[in-house]
Design a protein around this ligand. Structure first.
Ligand SMILES: *Cc1c(COP(=O)(O)O)cnc(C)c1O
Length: 357
């Protein structure tokens, strides 16, 4: 077994464990009382027949917010990304993505297993994949070379400390890719965090990508769900792929009701999450035993190097002090702020981490 814990996959703390400070991921938030009320009251129907009014409302609203024709609700971000990959590529093609991209590191090699593609990864240590870097990974247009089928961007970049790609960088990638007939997918699991950091709308920021996946279940605070956004034709075809993957849900309006609240009200909380991450970054950057450039922390994720203690040891020690957090490498550690962690809890976490490292 790898000594590195898996940040997104451990069971979250239950709401009753109020003394636990959970900094593993923004996926650990539990639905607010208002969300539970909305779920309780949700109007539902069979979504495979297109008859769930709450799902339909959520999909229309997501499309509207992103300025696109259509959207489809999917249970997870992974499913949204993999549907997009399936639709954009042919078997035997390559997908260009950053070396630590979620689609490459955390999606069970489904680009190969389901879509028959290999990844051509490009290292961008700052998490911002530029056209200049991508260009070097493009396949030449020769009949005896496998072709680049898709470029996939990630914004914010999870494993690169929540790094934000500016609009100008994403637009250039899209323009150059489109000129060569290559589609661009955006893994925007945390695109609302990127938009908040850049003080722009998600529609503006994502205007040129062919498809966008974003998560309701991360910084926006919903218990479940993601959306894939794109053209009407693309989303119609996505419905078939979702069904093939076993993602055709029935009275899922119960989930969409919480999702709608997250979509409408979640973005307002993100600035606070970013301020808390910034606070953690500044405190930890001056802590002996930790290597971190606080200016690299732009959103709600911090990744830093431990100089003395291993990540596994720190996880264990923190756990005994009622703090949950995980490594993302042998000596690399990650903290994530979210709606269910307060500034006061961040202060406590800093104090305890400083004692341990
Ligand atoms: C969380 C995440 C996803 C999707 O994860 P699920 O757990 O499948 O919802 C996709 N991309 C990135 C960058 C993520 O952080």
């Amino acid at each position: 077994m790898s000594p590195v814990a898996q940040p997104e996959n451990e069971p979250a703390s239950s709401a009753s464990e109020t003394t636990v400070i959970d900094l593993r991921s923004d996926t650990v938030t539990v639905p607010t009382p208002a969300m539970r009320k909305a779920m309780f009251e949700a109007e539902v129907g069979d979504d495979v027949y297109g008859e769930d009014p709450t799902i339909n409302r959520l999909e229309r609203r997501a499309a509207e917010i992103f300025g696109r024709e259509a959207a489809i609700f999917v249970p997870t971000g992974t499913m949204g990304n993999q549907i997009a990959i399936k639709l954009h590529t042919n078997h035997g093609e390559e997908i260009i993505c950053e070396q630590r991209a979620h689609i490459f590191e955390w999606e069970m090699a489904m680009m190969a297993a389901f879509s028959g593609c290999t990844a051509r990864t490009i290292e961008a240590p700052d998490g911002v994949l530029t056209w200049q870097q991508i260009e070097r990974g493009l396949s030449p247009k020769l009949y005896y070379r496998q072709q680049t089928g898709l470029i996939s961007l990630e914004n914010t970049h999870n494993m690169r400390g929540g790094a934000v790609s500016p609009k100008s960088v994403m637009d250039e990638v899209c323009d150059e890719a489109h000129e060569r007939g290559i589609p661009v997918h955006l893994d925007g699991a945390r695109i609302f965090n990127a938009a908040a950091a850049l003080s722009m709308t998600v529609a503006e920021l994502t205007a040129k990508s062919d498809s966008i996946m974003f998560c309701l279940s991360k910084g926006l605070g919903a218990p479940v769900g993601s959306l894939l956004v794109g053209s009407a034709d693309f989303i119609l075809r996505a419905r078939s792929v979702r069904k093939a993957l076993g993602g055709g849900m029935r009275q899922a309006g119960i989930l969409a009701a919480a999702g709608l609240m997250a979509l409408e009200e979640g973005p307002a909380y993100i600035k606070q999450d970013h301020a808390n991450a910034r606070f953690l970054a500044e405190e930890l950057a001056r802590t002996p035993g930790i290597r971190l450039n606080p200016d690299s922390v732009q959103t709600n994720i911090l990744i830093f190097e431990l100089e003395r203690i291993s990540a596994a040891e720190l996880t264990k020690q923190l756990h005994s002090r009622n703090i949950k957090a995980n490594g993302v490498g042998l000596k690399q550690f990650r903290l994530v702020t979210h709606r269910d962690v307060t500034r006061e809890q961040c202060e406590t976490a800093v104090r305890i981490i400083q004692e341990l490292v």
